[in-house]
Design a protein around this ligand. Structure first.
Ligand SMILES: Cc1ncc(COP(=O)(O)O)c(C=O)c1O
Length: 464
């Protein structure tokens, strides 16, 4: 693609000449490649034929191109080794793309899903149906807030399974947590400037709010959830929390503390961001109802994702705005376009509409419970009573608290790498440099029971 700049002091024909020459020297335009006709290129660049003709003439005169009668201009054969050095002559990246992280034999990263779990056949059927049905809408932009049908299905699902009470118009379809939080950060900007995030906790919220010029205050979490006294003293007016399954510790915030957190928000004009990222995955007893369901008209922004049960590669998530933020949302984002593909949204809507989603969730709960139980058995077998498991019974990971006599996190991770074991450092979830005791984050979603057994056996020997 060539770009001509009419405010540049270099004449237009010369700019085009330079760019064509560069493409020829770098091999982007291969020997014997036919150049566009003078007329076509002039139209494409919205310039005069003289400009193109002038550039071609000069290239022709210098031997970069040759002409064939009535066929146009072609790129000459040049010895690339002898060609003058050109800015664009960086060696072309060829060969396979870099290896994905799944090169590890034992991948304990907590974000890994079961590699065979994606409902490929059903997804393909739904996708092809949507492709056929949507042909009239493909030349258009889709609903900025997300497909209505998808929002209806999400609303029904959230009400039934998470106790979230909302209308379709409160739901915004986003492409992942970062996007959802970016929207929230913009919406709250005028009236808030400090957010409390959980410590230890997921690093993304702090990153997003810092990038939006907020002060970010890490607040300790314990078995009771975010520490309410520290929160109150922190000067924060927004709290990001994962109350149904704290990341990484797996704590469930008890109802008494949920009510106190809501009271903190309501009496102080504060805002709660509830990230309900994997609450479907609870292996004993019923899922924990959402915080939002306790105060549907309160000061709670509810976030959910399809990354844990379906695929993180699809990049589909949603946020449920409190009614008080709908007008600001429309004012700020009313003329933004949707960032999520129409076809992907429709496919998911159909997938949900036909009942596949809830069947898929049930199936995944069984699969992940088996892996979870296998992991706990392996830990018991190889670590015995020397280590303590924290946060079991839900989600896609547990935390393993090691006994005091261990080589330390950095050394364990180094040894693990050498043995083909991937570990996300627990310290990556901590706001302070190093956790006082050594803990391992053990995701189990991506491995089979036998891989978990082998991986834990190896790991137990590295932690001595
Ligand atoms: C706490 C938490 N929330 C949300 C997500 C999902 O993020 P996304 O929707 O961007 O894939 C994750 C992913 O690991 C997470 O750990």
């Amino acid at each position: 693609m060539f770009i001509l700049n009419s405010s540049d002091t270099v004449p237009l024909y010369k700019q085009l000449y330079n760019q064509l020459r560069e493409s020829i020297l770098s091999g982007t335009l291969a020997a014997h490649a036919r150049l566009p006709s003078v007329r076509d290129l002039a139209v494409e660049l919205s310039t005069s034929r003289n400009t193109v003709e002038g550039a071609y003439q000069e290239l022709y005169a210098e031997g970069y191109i040759y002409s064939r009668q009535r066929s146009g201009y072609f790129v000459s054969v040049l010895d690339q080794e002898l060609a003058p050095l050109s800015l664009a002559r960086e060696p072309r990246q060829t060969g396979p793309s870099p290896l994905p992280e799944s090169r590890y034999d034992y991948d304990f990263h907590p974000a890994r899903l079961d590699p065979k779990s994606f409902p490929l056949a059903l997804w393909r059927t739904c996708y092809l149906d949507c492709l056929r049905e949507s042909s009239r809408e493909l030349p258009l932009y889709s609903d900025p807030q997300g497909e209505w049908g998808l929002r209806c299905n999400i609303r029904r699902y959230l009400e039934r399974s998470r106790g979230v009470i909302c209308e379709q118009n409160q739901i915004v379809i986003c492409n992942g947590l970062q996007h959802s939080l970016d929207i929230v950060a913009h919406l709250l900007k005028g009236s808030h400037d400090t957010i409390a995030v959980e410590n230890p906790g997921y690093f993304v919220p702090g990153r997003v709010f810092r990038n939006n010029d907020y002060s970010v205050v890490p607040v300790a979490v314990g078995p009771g959830g975010i520490d309410l006294e520290i929160l109150k003293a922190s000067g924060s007016t927004i709290a990001y929390v994962t109350p149904s399954h704290q990341l990484p510790m797996g704590y469930v915030m008890p109802i008494a503390n949920r009510l106190k957190l809501i009271e903190w928000a309501e009496s102080g004009g504060n805002m709660i961001i509830e990230d309900d990222y994997d609450s479907e995955l609870r292996y004993h007893g019923k899922p924990i109802p959402s915080l939002q369901g306790l105060r549907p008209h309160g000061r709670i922004i509810y976030l959910g994702t399809f990354s844990k049960l379906l695929s993180p590669a699809l990049r589909m998530s949603y946020l449920v705005l409190p009614r008080s933020l709908l007008a600001p949302y429309r004012a700020v984002f009313g003329d933004y376009f949707s960032t999520v593909s129409l076809l992907e949204q429709r496919t998911l809507a159909k997938f949900m509409e036909l009942g596949h989603w809830e069947r898929h969730v049930r199936r995944m709960r069984i699969i992940y419970k088996q892996k979870h139980d296998a992991l706990l058995r392996s830990i018991e077998r190889h670590f015995g009573s020397t280590a303590t498991v924290v946060g079991q019974g839900a989600g896609l990971h547990v935390v393993l608290q090691l006994p005091d006599s261990n080589p330390g996190e950095a050394e364990i991770i180094r040894r693990a790498e050498a043995q083909g074991i991937h570990l996300l450092p627990f310290s990556a979830t901590c706001a302070t440099d190093e956790p006082v005791t050594t803990k391992l984050l053990l995701g189990f979603g991506g491995m089979s029971a036998s891989e978990l057994e082998e991986g834990i056996a190896l790991l137990s020997r590295l932690c001595l």
